[in-house]
Design a protein. Structure first.
Lengths: 284, 161, 759
């Protein structure tokens, strides 16, 4: 195993073009667990990217929120970020522990592409676009094309996740995550609800209930078309149907963290509750 | 095994690391190469906080840092919390409050709490609990630990007032 | 918040005061040496190859690939064990290294010593074991009838307890079947140690353990060495809770050190730790309680089955406790209880804090609540009506001769005002930062439970502890092999010594088999009594020697002499001498301390099997989100029967810590085993309470009724907090959800109860 610290994006890309199979190390919260366990090949090249200035921080660029791949969960919890991306900030707060949040990164969450990745359903609901770079150039993929399966993504050898672009959305945002403990839990099921006031659309992202984050189109359509946008209210019947459609869209499995039936049920409950937070439930 | 040589700055002092295997975590290097076993190895997968150290002012799990990448950083461990032969407020408070039983979680907690009180010297109960939610303790049930934080916070407020 | 006085470290605190720990400063500065912190020049690293199969025959073990790796110094298998292959706490039924069969996932098959842990890992991966996998026996209820998986058979122990008139029937009867999942002790300090070969052909081991001498005795037999050549020294222990009562890496390290001629260090990973120690026995319990219409308990019937896993460990004692305490701290004239612990290919189970009484407390307290409901009676009233007191007979026929303030424990707990501070913060709701609920989604429940168990060892076991007191120049040195695992015995040892000798400085010598006799196990809540008693007696013997010497040397009346504040003083007022001057010639006493004898139980489970008992109660308030099944324990109150408080601050720590382990078992802790495989051998998925899961523990009362025969009248306090806590939390969840919840830990699906959903 050999380790190189990249001090600039260009340096990282150069190393990656020479060693396209290099393991990318950012916060270490996933990769180091594997190294400590002995799961990684002795001949691996590890390239540390957490010193690359071009990957740090976030900024608002016209109608787009530009997030560096090196943005940590702790940075996403901060109030200035939470003001522009509340659901992402809420999700960040649920990742691991404070120590994990100081080190773990947005890019890492995407790179690992775990079905339980906490930012993934939020990014899906935000219509995030993943920006990849290599020595050969750059390309962009919508997140649902980037995450391709369980711990699988479309990053090609030689590519680095550089940024995440999020189209600006004005409106209420919610994130919920279920775990069997009140801190430091892997998600059993999670859900993000994003209200796009301008376009009168509600977008929903489901996490941990499929190999990839899900966008339940029917559920979104139903809520979007049945909300009273003017009054910001919604009927109980709409909430119920929204809940049913969201649950039906989930594709959960049974594992040692939870059953498929429970996960599906939980999605339905969280869908209704988050929608009831975003819109006032009409009394009959 | 390819081997590595690099320099780590720990508790203000430079340490040469030679003939190291590249896959060694910072926690392992501190404990087994640099004679600093204060940070602990309860899980080595980022789930317990017993390995908490400060790197450039952030508290992280030392087990999740590849040692060879921790160059050009200021690393502070439990051994560096106080000057030689002295105790800082959080250490005194832990003893006074009875917050130490087996002591395995103690170094990680002290590093975490020391940082918390730097940013907030009057944290409420929920804030403290969330700040230490990444530090598992199996012996105490956290009661005396919370009391120790209150004691230390009072000491720190006194000093800064 | 519990209000405890904190003693200044400058004074010399004695019995009854909140003395600070003598190891406090090293622990807070990171200089305290735990067994995983040990280091030696020229040392090798050790590692263990473990069976991936819960049941298999071993056809061959090929170590050649491992030996060929550069940096590997030794690869050993069962053929390299010079002495007895088998060891064990109660029965020597477990091989040091598997020979022709493995009986549980994780069983040790080979050990390696090499120059670096990464080399060890590669060497282990290069060992080729030809397993012939066989179907594991995993159902404890089928074990007795199944083919034996061990020459000792599949029934480890059965107790049949028949007490009183077997023909009694009650007009009111309630039945229930309850289950307790497998809990893990989850101590933070991994199994670890350092072994060094000695020049005389023996070996030294520095290790974390609960019982130094028992470990040494077992390992000496396996090494084929006389005990004097096997020298064990206690190094810093990072918690135990029962998991260090059995051997883990002890024999392995000694074998590698002897074989390589070099120091060898071994540290288990957390995953390995889950496989490397025993767990709490999972239990299935059926009960039928009989009462009259006034609520007097008349009879209890119970069938208990505990899954002992592959090897016996201390299962025999666990089932005995479970059976004896099966019905709880109540006076019941008639009982028929059948308790069995069986062998399966599941992970081996043994001691964990509470030792059988935790499981049965879940059962008997659920039954008492069911009975109260059937009677239309208040659950607390029902318990008070039937509560044991001094002079009552247990179900084993033994009369309680010591303190039994069960009613006081219950009343003080339930009468204690709530200390709950209402909070609007989302973080205080079930789900925490997960933001799953709003306040109107939450239902609150409240309930109480009471439990008890024995203190000290039982059934005729020769239970003793040893201590040496050495006094010179006014400074006392105590040598005692009592394993300090965090509970604070080291503090008490100093307090006791100061109390008896009036000294200020008390040095604690290392705990080592070479220098002092056995102190017995740090378990069964016994060390304050037994090792505290040994220290007390050793100090008293030294005091007597000293006073006799002074009386003789200075012609003063012996009976007038006392030790106080570093002085020897005559109460007649005509003599005083400072202790330092009086002890330039050292004095020493080496004492073995025993408690009053106990006796085995007969074929009906009757006999005076125990020394003493301790009782505790908990009241729990739990918030539940019934739609999602998420839970937050928001208040815990406890009272405990303690005999006498020797160190209030440390006592608080024991009650709070034991309570948190009970909370864990109620809401989140379970080793998930499927077909003999552990599915969650990590802290990622074996969840213990964080600071956001534990409420403050309010101590309503320490009930101090001095225990006859106990040094200073003090009862052990370590286990009772872990017994009634689980039962109280699950009872509170039943109150909130109106669900039966017959199983702990309670999972979200147990609360939500979807159709066709079986976890």
């Amino acid at each position: 195993m050999s380790v190189t610290i990249a001090r600039s994006l260009d340096q990282a890309l150069e190393i990656l073009s020479e060693r396209p199979d290099a393991l990318i190390l950012a916060g270490g919260t996933d990769l180091m667990v594997q190294i400590n366990r002995g799961s990684l090949n002795e001949l691996s090249t590890v390239i540390a990217v957490n010193r690359i200035p071009e990957l740090q921080g976030w900024k608002q660029q016209d109608d787009t929120l530009v997030l560096g791949a090196g943005l940590t969960y702790a940075e996403m919890e901060k109030s200035d970020f939470a003001a522009v991306a509340p659901a992402l900030a809420q999700a960040a707060r649920t990742v691991g522990s404070p120590q994990i949040r100081n080190a773990g990164t947005l890019g890492g969450n995407l790179g690992t592409a775990s079905p339980a990745g906490d930012t993934l359903p939020v990014l899906a609901a935000l219509d995030a676009v993943i920006c990849l770079r290599s020595a050969q150039g750059a390309r962009r993929l919508p997140i649902l094309e980037f995450i391709t399966g369980v711990k699988n993504n479309a990053r090609q050898p030689g590519e680095l996740i550089e940024e995440v672009h999020i189209p600006a959305a004005q409106g209420h945002q919610e994130f919920c995550k279920i775990g069997p403990r009140n801190a430091m839990v892997i998600s059993v099921a999670s859900l993000a609800l994003i209200v796009d006031q301008q376009n009168k659309k509600v977008r929903l992202g489901l996490g941990t209930v499929g190999p990839v984050p899900l966008r339940p189109a029917e559920a979104e359509e139903h809520l979007s078309t049945n909300v009273n946008w003017a009054a910001n209210t919604v009927s109980a019947a709409t909430l119920d149907q929204f809940s049913t459609l969201a649950a039906a869209a989930a594709r959960p499995i049974d594992d040692h963290r939870g059953t498929a039936a429970y996960r599906r049920h939980a999605i339905g409950v969280m869908a209704r509750r988050t929608a009831a937070r975003a819109f006032t439930e009409e009394t009959a | 095994m390819t081997t590595n040589h690099y320099t780590l700055k720990v508790n203000g002092k430079e340490h040469q690391v030679a003939d190291a295997w590249a896959g060694e975590s910072l926690l392992w290097v501190l404990r087994e190469r640099l004679g600093l076993p204060g940070a602990k190895n309860a899980c080595e997968e980022g789930e317990c906080g017993s390995c908490s150290v400060r790197i450039d002012d952030e508290v992280v799990c030392g087990c999740l840092v590849l040692a060879a990448t921790a160059v050009d950083c200021e690393i502070t461990t439990i051994e560096g919390l106080a000057p030689e032969g002295e105790l800082v407020d959080v250490q005194e408070a832990f003893i006074e409050a009875g917050a130490v039983q087996c002591g395995f979680c103690t170094p990680g907690l002290l590093v975490t709490i020391d940082k918390l009180l730097e940013t907030n010297n009057q944290p409420d109960d929920l804030t403290v609990r969330e700040a230490i939610s990444g530090n598992l303790c199996r012996c105490t049930g956290y009661g005396r630990i919370l009391e120790a934080v209150n004691l230390a916070a009072a000491k720190r407020r006194e000093v800064t007032s | 918040m519990t209000d405890i006085q904190i003693t200044s470290p400058v004074s010399a605190p004695r019995i009854g005061e909140s003395a600070p720990r003598p190891d406090g400063v090293p622990k807070v500065t990171g200089t305290f040496t735990f067994s995983s912190d040990l280091w030696h020049n020229n040392m090798l690293w050790g590692g263990t190859l473990r069976s991936p199969h819960p049941s298999a025959n071993i056809k061959s073990i090929d170590i050649s690939g491992a030996l060929a790796i550069n940096g590997v110094s030794a690869v050993l298998t069962h053929t390299d064990v010079p002495g007895s292959l088998l060891y064990g706490l109660e029965h020597a039924d477990q091989p040091v290294l598997a020979a022709d069969v493995v009986r549980y996932e994780g069983e040790s098959v080979a050990i390696v010593a090499a120059d670096h842990p990464e080399t060890v890992r590669r060497a282990l991966a290069a060992i080729v074991v030809d397993y012939q996998v066989t179907a594991p026996l995993v159902d404890p209820e089928a074990a007795e009838q199944a083919e034996p998986i061990h020459p000792d058979g599949n029934l480890i122990r059965r107790l049949r307890l028949r007490h009183g008139d077997q023909n009694i029937q009650g007009e009111i009867q309630v039945e229930g079947t309850y289950e307790v999942g497998m809990q893990d002790q989850a101590f933070l300090g991994p199994e670890s140690g350092l072994a060094l070969p000695s020049e005389d052909g023996g070996v030294e081991l520095f290790v974390s353990t609960q019982w130094l001498h028992s470990d040494r005795d077992q390992v000496a037999v396996c090494l084929g060495l006389p005990p004097e050549k096997v020298r064990f020294t206690l190094s810093g222990v990072g918690g135990a809770f029962g998991a260090r009562e059995d051997l883990s890496l002890h024999a392995h390290l000694c074998l590698l050190a002897l074989h390589t001629g070099r120091p060898v260090k071994m540290v288990y990973s957390r995953e390995e730790s889950f496989h490397g120690h025993v767990h709490r026995h999972p239990a299935r319990m059926w009960y039928r309680h009989h009462a009259d219409t006034d609520g007097n308990l008349l009879r209890v019937e119970a069938r208990l089955i505990l899954d002992g896993g592959a090897y016996a460990s201390s299962s025999g004692a666990v089932i005995s406790n479970a059976t004896c305490f099966a019905a709880g701290p109540y006076l019941i004239p008639s009982a028929d209880i059948d308790g069995a612990v069986v062998r399966t290919n599941n992970p081996p189970c043994g001691a964990m804090r509470g030792f059988g009484a935790v499981q049965t407390c879940v059962g008997h307290e659920a039954q008492m609540d069911k009975l109260a409901a059937a009677l239309g009676m208040d659950p607390v009233e029902l318990r008070l009506k039937n509560a044991l007191k001094s002079g009552d007979k247990l179900l084993t026929g033994q009369t309680i001769t010591g303190a039994a303030p069960v009613a006081e424990v219950i009343k003080s707990c339930v009468d204690h005002p709530s200390t709950l501070i209402p909070s609007d913060d989302m973080m205080s709701l079930p789900g925490g930062a997960g933001r799953t609920a709003d306040p109107h989604h939450i239902v609150r429940g409240q309930a109480m439970a009471v439990g008890f168990k024995n203190l000290l060892f039982s059934e005729g076991f020769d239970d003793y502890s040893s201590a040496i007191c050495h006094l010179v120049d006014g400074v006392a040195t105590i040598t005692c092999a009592c394993a300090e695992v965090g509970q604070g015995f080291v503090t008490l040892a100093q307090q006791i010594t100061r109390e008896v000798l009036g000294v200020e400085e008390v040095i604690l010598a290392p705990a080592a088999t070479a220098t002092v006799g056995s102190a017995g196990s740090t378990s069964a809540s016994r060390q304050t009594w037994m090792s505290g008693g040994a220290v007390q007696k050793a100090c008293e013997a030294v005091r007597q020697q000293l006073l006799e010497r002074i009386a003789d040397q200075h012609q003063v009346i012996l009976d007038d002499l006392v030790l106080a504040d570093g002085q020897i003083v005559s109460l007649a007022g005509n003599f005083s001498l400072d202790l330092a001057t009086a002890t330039t010639e050292p004095l020493e006493a080496d004492i073995e301390y025993r408690h009053a004898p106990t006796y085995p139980v007969d074929e009906n489970g009757q006999g005076d099997a125990h020394v003493s008992f301790a009782f505790a109660a908990h009241r729990a308030v739990v918030d539940v989100d019934p739609e999602l099944g998420l839970v937050k324990v928001v208040e815990l109150t406890t009272s405990q029967d303690v005999g006498r408080l020797l160190n209030p601050l440390q006592a608080v720590g024991q009650l709070e810590g034991g309570t948190s382990q009970g909370v864990g078992l109620a809401v989140m802790e379970e080793v998930l085993v499927a077909d003999g495989h552990i599915r969650n051998a990590s802290f990622t998925d074996y969840l213990i309470p964080t600071a956001l899961d534990m409420p403050p523990v309010e101590i309503a009362a320490f009930i101090e009724q001095p225990e006859p025969g106990a040094p200073f009248g003090a009862k052990g306090i370590g286990e009772p907090p872990s017994i009634s806590s689980t039962a109280a939390v699950v009872a509170a969840m039943r109150d909130a959800t109106k669900r039966e919840l017959p199983r702990v830990p309670v999972r979200p699906t147990d609360i939500v109860q979807l159709e066709n959903d079986t976890p």
